[in-house]
Every structure is written in structure tokens, then in C-alpha cells.
Design a protein around this ligand. Structure first.
Ligand code: SF4
Length: 118
């Protein structure tokens, strides 16, 4: 499809990326931001989904709605940085099963800390 419809070049625009088989907004956002420097949305993976809910930045578990909520809250230049930082924090500290609130630098700001601290 890239050869046939896009002249052999990966497209940079969201609308075109979403036409590619297997590409949804998560992948399209990553490709767009990292390959083209074109920030068109917030990448919502499993970490962004979990942490954005723990931080009460969204009430949804639907990635499309989570992305909408985050885009409304965050300045556009921060969208991809938010995703990257959140993914790293989710991998290293705010893990799915056992968030490490006792060593988390966000503990004083986090609305979910009480839930996990003993
Ligand atoms: S305080 Fe706990 S729940 Fe909040 S971000 Fe840190 S590790 Fe996650």
C-alpha cells in the first residue's frame, strides 16, 4: 500500500497513516512524532492508560477517549513528551501490579498514592 498509494514513502499525516493496515492511533502517533517530528496526538499505550487513570487525568479505559482527555489538558508541544515520560515511569516505578509509591518522586502530588501506600 505504501508503494502503491503513497509513492514508496511512509506518509506523515495522521489521516493517511490510519489508512495503513494494522495502524491505529497509537502507532500513527509514534511514527508521526518520532519519524517526522509532527506531533498530532498523545500516544496511549498500556502505561499511559494506567498512569493517566491513577493521576485522575481521565476516567476512561478507552484509549481514544483517554487521548482526547489528555489532548484537552496538555499543551500540544508536550503531548509526545508526556507519553514518553509516562511510559518510562510506568515501567520503572508505577508498575501495574505493585506501584512503588515509597520511592516515587510524584508521591506528594499523586491522587492514588494513598491507595497503594501501606
Ligand atoms: S505515587 Fe504511586 S500510584 Fe502515584 S505515580 Fe507514584 S508509584 Fe504511581
Amino acid at each position: 500500500m505504501i508503494m502503491r498509494d503513497f509513492g514508496g514513502e511512509v506518509p506523515s499525516e495522521m489521516e493517511q497513516l490510519l489508512k495503513l493496515p494494522g495502524v491505529a492511533r497509537k502507532t500513527a502517533n509514534v511514527v508521526s512524532a518520532h519519524a517526522f517530528g509532527n506531533i498530532q496526538g498523545v500516544t496511549v499505550d498500556t502505561h499511559v492508560k494506567r498512569l493517566s487513570n491513577r493521576w485522575k487525568l481521565t476516567k476512561s479505559d478507552n484509549p481514544i477517549q483517554i487521548e482526547r482527555d489528555l489532548m484537552a489538558l496538555l499543551p500540544q508541544p508536550e503531548w509526545e513528551k508526556y507519553s514518553i515520560r509516562t511510559i518510562y515511569h510506568g515501567r520503572a516505578v508505577c508498575k501495574a501490579r505493585k506501584p512503588q509509591c515509597d520511592v516515587c518522586q510524584l508521591v506528594q502530588f499523586c491522587p492514588s498514592a494513598k491507595e497503594y501506600l501501606n
